[in-house]
Write a protein that binds this ligand. Structure first.
Ligand code: NAP
Length: 342
């Protein structure tokens, strides 16, 4: 059967905000399946800050997406045609769908093969890239690094976002004093009232630094760092002796990659020395052998209503390029996904 695919191809490396000229939306034919291949229809595409890193040739943890190839991305899909036993028609799968409607799955997967999800699906497809996927797992791992004792103060930047919203709730369940950082009064109200933080710093307010000081009267024992830049410096300046920093992301930098400017950089790294604190960068992809165990923990909390799964859903693959910018302007609340089909 002849089919067409709609996809984004990376035509050039962006400088600042990603444009149509960087990421071209194309319609292309899909060939017949060969032996050992299956056709996966994308249901949900995950939009992640790291997509912007992959588009650039900045030194990252994965090679840059090659020019003219389909944009790399994680998604949840359904097998609609198959010539392989391990991917039967109708199965829901999680994996590297790319920014496209149809993916030919075969053994040439450069990163990792598709994972078949339970049947019937115990949660909406978007949950498998959100609370029960890499997002929730990242929050869990960052909190393990922080090893918070009850009563300790943790600051979580990006607290209204995908990883941050899960980390905020999990940290609260560990009896920590949780201070979220989010953009704008509405998001801050959400972080306190819905996610359970003790306080929230509005990083877009002029007095954000005063707010941070007021919210952390006993200093800071843990920093779940999603942002970097001046905000991170202000947090480092308030670390207590023996504090821990889980360096999850530095989103303040990503949208500048390729525009010729220097990385924002950190001014207050010396405070790690003064306070004998530790900083650990971590990547969720390094912990594949622990995914099942962590997802079981998250699923138990989610299914019993102890963990809210916030998400922002954008309809239509044709809107993915524009939607990505929400991650840098703060347009999203919770996990940002594109509903591609279904
Ligand atoms: P997200 O938090 O849902 O979206 C990004 C949010 O960051 C935006 O909504 C915005 O919220 C905030 N933001 C953007 N630019 C900012 C700036 N200059 N200053 C302060 N806040 C800013 O995205 P996510 O997927 O959960 O990712 C969060 C961080 O975790 C990113 O740095 C990402 O790279 C990292 N991450 C790391 C791993 C890992 O394995 N290490 C895995 C997943 C994600 P406001 O409206 O609040 O400003």
């Amino acid at each position: 059967m002849s089919r067409t695919n709609r996809a984004y191809r990376l035509r050039r490396r962006p400088a600042g905000k990603v444009t149509d000229a960087d990421l071209e939306f194309v319609t292309e034919p899909v060939g017949e399946l060969g032996d050992g291949q299956a056709l996966v229809q994308t249901l949900v595409l995950s939009l992640d800050p790291t997509n912007r890193i992959w588009m650039s040739d900045h030194r990252g943890y994965m090679p840059p997406v090659p020019l003219d190839s389909v944009m790399r991305g994680l998604g949840v899909g359904r097998v609609i045609e198959s010539r392989r036993a391990d991917l039967p028609v109708g199965a829901h799968v999680l994996g590297w769908t790319g920014w496209q409607e149809l993916t030919v799955a075969d053994d040439s997967a450069l990163i990792s093969p598709f994972t078949v999800l339970p049947d019937p699906l115990p949660a909406p497809p978007s949950a498998f890239v959100g609370v029960l996927g890499h997002t929730g797992i990242t929050a869990w791992l960052g909190l393990e690094i922080l090893a918070l004792a009850p009563g300790e103060t943790v600051v979580i930047s990006g607290a209204a976002g995908a990883v941050g919203s899960i980390a905020t709730q999990l940290a609260k369940s560990q009896q920590a004093r949780v201070v979220g950082v989010a953009g704008g009064p509405e998001k801050c109200a959400h972080v306190v009232e819905d996610l359970g933080a003790d306080a929230c710093v509005d990083h877009r307010a002029e007095d954000w630094h005063d707010q941070l000081v007021a919210a952390t009267p006993n200093g800071i024992d843990g920093d779940f760092e999603n942002v970097g830049g001046p905000l991170m410096d202000a947090i480092l300046d308030r670390l207590n002796i023996g504090a821990r920093v889980a360096l999850c992301g530095m989103i303040a930098d990503y949208n500048q990659f390729g525009d010729g400017s220097e990385p924002i950089g950190q001014r207050a790294v010396g405070q790690l020395l003064m306070t004998r604190s530790t900083l650990q960068g971590f990547l969720v992809l390094d912990y594949a052998e622990r995914f099942a165990e962590i997802v079981e923990q998250l699923a138990g909390r989610w299914a019993t209503g102890k963990l809210r799964a916030e998400e922002t859903v954008v309809d239509g693959l044709e809107n993915a390029r524009e939607a990505l910018d929400q991650l840098f302007t703060g347009g999203n609340r919770g996990k940002l996904v594109v509903r591609v089909s279904g």
